[in-house]
Design a protein around this ligand. Structure first.
Ligand code: SF4
Ligand code: SF4
Length: 72
């Protein structure tokens, strides 16, 4: 299982591209302007920059390792 799970709340996203631009890991791709951002599997390091900088609260990043730990 991947450690970080990146989710887009599609109804909030305007396709502005800020999340892609702030990600130092280059873990978010957008195929074209105004498209929806997509995570690049395995590259997210959970820094939360995209979550904090998205003006529309359209991104959720969760730590799967922590969730597994809390479930047991
Ligand atoms: S910063 Fe937020 S609104 Fe802009 S493209 Fe990323 S998820 Fe969508
Ligand atoms: S949490 Fe950090 S590393 Fe992961 S996609 Fe967002 S900006 Fe990139």
């Amino acid at each position: 299982m991947l450690k970080w799970q990146w989710q887009l709340l599609i109804e909030n996203c305007t396709g502005c591209g800020i999340c892609r631009d702030v990600c130092n890991e280059h873990a978010i791709k957008m195929s074209r302007r105004m498209a929806y951002p997509e995570p690049i599997v395995g590259k997210c390091e959970g820094c939360m920059d995209c979550v904090n900088e998205c003006p529309f609260e359209a991104i959720k990043v969760t730590n799967n390792a922590k969730l597994v730990f809390e479930d047991t």
